[in-house]
Ligand binder design. Structure first.
Ligand code: TXA
Ligand code: MG
Length: 319
């Protein structure tokens, strides 16, 4: 029997009994457990094969639920939370002493967000505890944006994937931390940099491994297909270097018009929102076609293009 189900009450029961359940969010599916259950949290780490030094994101149903999770909230964090929650933004704030060290990898900060998905908001409202949830993929591999992707990874490891359909944003949340009162972007993501700057002004980005070596999303290679993947500006030219091989291509809006390859166009009308939403699903599909090589086109570096390039860069060996 499939582990995929739409039954919210079943998810409530399993989570209450300290099990791990995969949940939908607007960004990617998460592997969720009660933040206060050592059994559930350890099970999240072992299922993902994720090292314990990588902290988890805590998911709450509303801004009000920050009480008891964090202590100090900088002014700009309040403004950001009001502007973007529920939504694809995670805030890293000073943690309340109640938050177990397992969640935060011993740090004095905790990452937290209110996800914008009706099914998971309903689930969180019914539960008397918040949910810790990293993306529901084995450590380092492509994040899941459909219930089926999660089942393909973890059919034998977890009891349930709560099905909320395809994730609308399709890449992980943007993570914002604070140095004192100053906000810093730790991970580019589904909420575009420009949209954040409209609300709080210019913001520094420390998205690189060199800047932030302790966050796994910052690893140089992450979100990666098994098939060797190249990220390039000129796809047609790259294709000529792999003649005779089985080639898969991911392009933004324009076809390469090459009939010898398997091609996926992310958005025929040039919408970066649509491209982001389809990116991981396309990578999952290509990765199951037994190709020799995947070639992806680099996006223009504005709006979500920056975030998409960041994920593509980490999925590839060369540029
Ligand atoms: O969209 C998302 O954020 C998804 C959905 C499920 O909410 N979750 C997600 O979780 O992407 P995960 O675990 O794959 O990535 C969480 C990132 C990691 O890079 C982790 O290092 C960072 O958040 N993080 C967590 N707590 C932190 C902290 N206290 N300080 C700095 N970074 C932290
Ligand atoms: Mg992840």
């Amino acid at each position: 029997m499939s582990i995929i189900s739409k039954d919210i009450q079943k998810a409530v029961a399993l989570l209450t009994e300290e099990n791990v359940v995969a949940i939908p969010t607007e960004t990617v599916y998460g592997l969720a457990g009660n933040i206060f259950s050592e059994k559930a949290i350890k099970s999240i780490f072992s299922t993902k094969k994720r090292p314990f030094f990588n902290p988890l994101i805590v998911h709450i149903p509303s801004i009000e639920s920050l009480d008891g999770i964090v202590t100090h909230i900088p002014e700009k964090a309040k403004v950001l939370a009001k502007a973007f929650w529920p939504g694809a933004m995670t805030l890293v704030l000073k943690k309340h002493k109640n938050i177990p060290d397992l969640i935060t990898a011993g740090k004095d900060t905790v990452a937290v967000r209110v996800p914008n998905h009706p099914v998971t908001l309903e689930l969180l409202k019914q539960l008397p505890f918040p949910l810790a949830a990293p993306s529901a993929n084995p450590f380092g591999s492509i994040s899941p944006t459909k219930a089926k992707h999660v089942a393909n990874y973890f059919e034998n490891d977890i009891k349930m994937v709560l099905d909320g359909g395809a994730c609308q944003n399709g890449i992980e949340s943007t993570i914002i931390g604070f140095e004192g009162e100053k906000p810093i972007i730790y991970r580019l993501g589904a909420l575009a940099l420009e949209d954040i700057e409209v609300v709080i002004g210019k913001i520094e980005v420390k998205n690189k491994k060199e800047d932030k070596p302790d966050a796994p999303g910052m690893l140089a290679r992450h979100y990666a297909p098994k098939t060797t993947t190249f990220l390039v500006d000129d796809v047609a030219n790259e294709i000529t270097k792999h003649i005779g091989k089985k080639i898969g291509v991911i392009v933004f809006e324009k076809s390469t018009n090459n009939t010898n390859i398997t091609e996926f166009i992310l958005s025929k009308n040039g919408s970066k929102q649509e491209a982001a939403a389809k990116l991981y699903d396309t990578m999952h599909t290509l990765d199951h076609l037994n190709l020799d090589v995947i070639i992806a086109e680099r996006f223009a570096e504005d709006g979500l293009g920056k975030s998409i390039n960041d994920r593509l860069q980490r999925a590839t060996f060369s540029s």
